[in-house]
Design a protein around this ligand. Structure first.
Ligand SMILES: NC(=O)C1=CN([C@@H]2O[C@H](COP(=O)(O)OP(=O)(O)OC[C@H]3O[C@@H](n4cnc5c(N)ncnc54)[C@H](OP(=O)(O)O)[C@@H]3O)[C@@H](O)[C@H]2O)[C@H](O)CC1
Ligand SMILES: [K+]
Length: 515
């Protein structure tokens, strides 16, 4: 499912109107009808509606909604915010129609008009937020700020039209303040701001309505941003052949764990094995070998000489490089420790290994001091930073990254030619070609130690089976989040631990693939 930026939606609008000849007023009518269709499902005839309209086309949708609710016998009050003399063209047509009908219209020009607005909202069952949509261009200014405050303070229930007013349609950020809707009806395509936090939270329940935009207009746009759906995932996982053997499902080499941090190695290995790969070899300091063997008997361990307790050094690089020759993927980082020894090993691996790689956790912390190494890479690399690791990799603050996660992930992926899995409440996968895949499952219960290691293991497991790294990342993020949601359904978000996801992983994979 494609998602769009404001500008892309405007272009789609323009093409639809100018190239395909569907007048904007028709799109507006369909948009308004789409909202009314949802309203009448939830609210009986004796409901009162306050419809708060801006002067743009979002407001125009509001005028259409007012007209149809009025015609259906609902009690309707319209408030137009700003000078009603400069309403946009299509909105003006609809404004004039409701003026001809016996609909109560009040102008909100300045503070003195706010009392009427408060009375209107307090006497209404539902408030319709048609103030701003994709046209919001900056921090909310003027009397609109007060209107939004009143909506949030006095409304019993809010429907937002297209985008909650005050939310930026491009990135879901709050432009100084925003309407907290119970339900948002968006049109044509979901906006990035509808699905990225905090916008996703402000939308409440999000419903997408078709307003008659021709399919080929969307196809022509060659949109690059996608929501990960089960269909995308199903199509990407190969069906296992009957006449197959362990060797058919790939070999993964993993460099993970160090003294006091064997848990990350165990979780990574377990989740990789649970993802269906054939064979997993863990390269680890020999003093930790026993712990791994007892916890992950299915993993083959390669005990290595240690520089100091639990830490392997560059003296092992020959054996590590040799071992990658028959491997299908090499993963490095979970629980390794942010050490100079890891740095020496990572530099050699990036510069010499020609197999797909996954770099996570301490591998990323080491890399963040030497990002230029990526320009020497010999293979496809998937990196899986959380916000803190991305901050270290890019030099941006976490706040800067959260303000525009898609751009940050996309820019890094294209600049360094790596598949970037930016983990957060909405995990974003960006490819070097500028494609973006946004995951919308998962829950706050997964913000717990080890969940990142589990995701790294799943990605490792799917790449090992021959799935190309970008697809493997997409599948893994989706399945990881879906499994986390299923665990949270049963155990709640507080009690969820990484091991629960590993345990439930096979069931999710079976449900998604069907076997
Ligand atoms: N295909 C579709 O999705 C369709 C969508 N429709 C609806 O149209 C809006 C987009 O309409 P647009 O006119 O481009 O813009 P908005 O109505 O969202 O907002 C413009 C008005 O908001 C004022 N504004 C903008 N920024 C600020 C701010 N920071 N503070 C205060 N006011 C602001 C702006 O005022 P100006 O003085 O800047 O002109 C405008 O008054 C989309 O979201 C859908 O709801 C179509 O109806 C159908 C097709
Ligand atoms: K709105």
């Amino acid at each position: 499912m494609k998602v769009v930026l404001n500008e892309e939606m405007r272009k789609i609008d323009k093409t639809t109107i100018e190239k395909y000849g569907i007048p904007g007023i028709i799109l507006m009518e369909n948009a308004g009808l789409g909202v009314v269709e949802e309203i009448i499902k939830d609210f009986k005839r004796d409901s009162n509606f306050t419809i708060i309209c801006g002067r743009g086309n979002n407001g125009g949708d509001g005028f259409v909604i007012a007209r149809h609710l009025y015609n259906k016998g609902y009690n309707v009050k319209v408030f137009i915010v700003g000078d009603s003399r400069d309403i946009s063209k299509d909105a003006l047509i609809n404004f004039k129609i409701i003026q001809n009908l016996n609909i109560n219209i009040t102008n909100i020009l300045d503070e003195k008009d706010l009392l009427k607005l408060k009375e209107g909202i307090l006497s209404s069952t539902v408030v319709i937020d048609a103030l701003f949509g994709t046209g919001l261009s900056s921090e909310v200014k003027g009397i609109a700020s007060e209107v939004i405050k009143y909506m949030n303070k006095y409304s019993k229930y809010i429907f937002s039209v297209d985008v909650p007013s005050g939310i930026c349609g491009d990135n879901g950020q709050v432009c100084s303040l925003a309407v907290k809707a119970d339900k948002t009806i968006t049109f044509g395509l979901k906006k990035c701001g509808n699905i990225l936090y905090p916008g996703a939270e402000y939308c409440g329940e999000l419903i997408l309505k078709d307003i008659g935009i021709p399919r080929e207009v969307v196809d022509l746009m060659n949109l690059k941003f996608n929501i990960i759906t089960e269909e995308i995932v199903k199509d990407s996982i190969p069906i296992r052949k009957k006449d197959s053997h362990k060797g058919s499902y790939g070999k993964a080499n993993v460099i993970a764990g160090s003294f006091g941090m064997t848990g990350a190695a165990i979780l990574t290995c377990k989740s990789a094995l649970r993802s269906g790969l054939g064979l997993l070899r863990l390269y680890i300091a020999e003093s930790l070998n026993f712990i791994i063997k007892t916890n992950v008997p299915e993993a083959i361990t390669v005990p290595l000489g240690e520089i100091r307790k639990g830490v392997i050094g560059i003296n092992n690089i020959r054996e590590i490089l040799e071992g990658t020759k028959d491997a299908d993927v090499l993963t490095i980082g979970p629980g390794c420790g942010n050490t100079s020894e890891l740095s020496e090993i990572l530099k050699r691996i990036i510069g010499e290994v020609d197999k797909p790689m996954v770099i996570d956790a301490d591998g990323l912390n080491v890399l963040s001091k030497n990002v230029e190494w990526l320009s020497k890479k010999k293979s496809e690399i998937v990196i899986t930073p959380h916000l803190g690791e991305m901050s270290r990799l890019t030099g941006l603050s976490i706040e800067e990254i959260k303000r525009n996660p898609i751009e940050v992930a996309k820019n890094f992926a294209q600049k360094w030619n790596v598949i970037t899995v930016l983990k957060s409440a909405r995990t974003i996968i960006a490819s070097p070609k500028g494609e973006v895949f946004i995951n919308v499952n998962g829950n706050p219960g997964m913000a717990t130690a080890g969940c990142g290691d589990v995701l790294t293991g799943i990605i490792t497991g799917f790449i090992a089976q021959g799935i190309e790294p970008l697809k493997a990342a997409i599948i893994s993020v989706y399945i990881h989040g879906l499994t986390g949601d299923r665990v949270a359904e049963k155990k709640g978000e507080y009690g969820l631990v990484a091991g629960d996801i590993i345990e439930k992983l096979p069931y999710t994979i079976k449900d998604v693939i069907g076997r």
